[in-house]
Design a protein around this ligand. Structure first.
Ligand SMILES: [Zn+2]
Ligand SMILES: [Zn+2]
Ligand SMILES: [Zn+2]
Length: 139
């Protein structure tokens, strides 16, 4: 069973309604390779011919957040973005055009992170690491 269907099944089992908007928002987050703001989510909904008002968008984002389907990210530009928190990764943030890229690190830096935590006897619940700079287009 796909993850999409598994989540819908869980919603149903918990007595949550499955609306067209909810279904499509879930699909968009599953497919997106970058974190989305509410406005970006809205424009993606428009491309699949779903029109919802702002209140619905925020309510659905809130719902998915509470269900731990998506997580909220803030990169210091005042915009909230949301993404499917599937695998542990980090972000490249362009300070010029606001584009975000998700990156996975291979071994080295992740190992360094673990070492720091261990040496400081600090039990981390979550961490984020972002690189701010200029994307390929903005250099
Ligand atoms: Zn850029
Ligand atoms: Zn990401
Ligand atoms: Zn990390």
């Amino acid at each position: 069973m796909s993850r999409f269907n598994a989540i819908l099944d869980r919603f149903r089992a918990d007595g949550h309604r499955i609306t067209k908007a909810r279904e499509n928002i879930l699909k968009i987050f599953l497919a997106s390779k970058v974190p989305l703001s509410a406005a970006e989510l809205n424009s993606r909904l428009v491309t699949v011919n779903i029109t919802v008002n702002k209140t619905t968008i925020y309510r659905e984002i809130d719902f998915l957040k509470k269900q731990k389907i998506i997580r909220e990210l803030q990169f210091g530009d005042g915009k909230k973005r949301f993404e499917w928190p599937d695998n542990h990764h980090h972000h490249l943030v362009c300070i010029s055009c606001d584009s975000i890229e998700c990156i996975e690190l291979d071994g080295c830096l992740e190992a360094e992170e673990k070492k720091i935590l261990k040496e400081n006897n600090f039990k981390t619940i979550n961490h984020s690491l972002e690189f701010q700079g200029l994307c390929a287009k903005c250099q």
